[in-house]
Design a protein around this ligand. Structure first.
Ligand SMILES: [Zn+2]
Length: 118
């Protein structure tokens, strides 16, 4: 898999984790139970997100930041030739190619980064 694509997936995972941390009402109840206070956890996560974002190539980074601002997910899986970000078919030539995850591809319809899982 393309190293930049791995980074993107890692980043997306951390964004989801961040969302979960922020939305979890349970965390407010007994903060002293946790080894890490939610605020600290968020700060650490933010720092890591920033660090990983810095490691993206400039063009990938620009697109990633733009996508993250407007969409829930900047990276979408492709299953059976369908982009799961927008549910529109991607060109079949791509999805049947070997090593298709070794390069950066984006959905022609929604612009999300794609990774193939089937
Ligand atoms: Zn799409």
């Amino acid at each position: 898999m393309h190293p930049q694509l791995e980074l993107l997936l890692e980043l997306q995972d951390m964004h989801a984790q961040r969302q979960a941390l922020r939305d979890e009402p349970l965390r407010k109840v007994e903060e002293e139970v946790f080894d890490l206070r939610p605020v600290e956890a968020l700060e650490l996560l933010d720092a890591k997100i920033e660090e990983l974002t810095e490691r993206l190539d400039p063009t990938v980074q620009r697109r990633y930041v733009d996508l993250s601002e407007t969409l829930d997910r900047a990276v979408a899986p492709v299953l059976n030739g369908i982009c799961y970000g927008c549910f529109v078919a991607t060109p079949t030539a791509w999805s049947s190619e070997a090593g298709r995850n070794d390069r950066i591809t984006v959905c022609a319809h929604c612009g999300r980064f794609l990774y193939y899982v089937d």
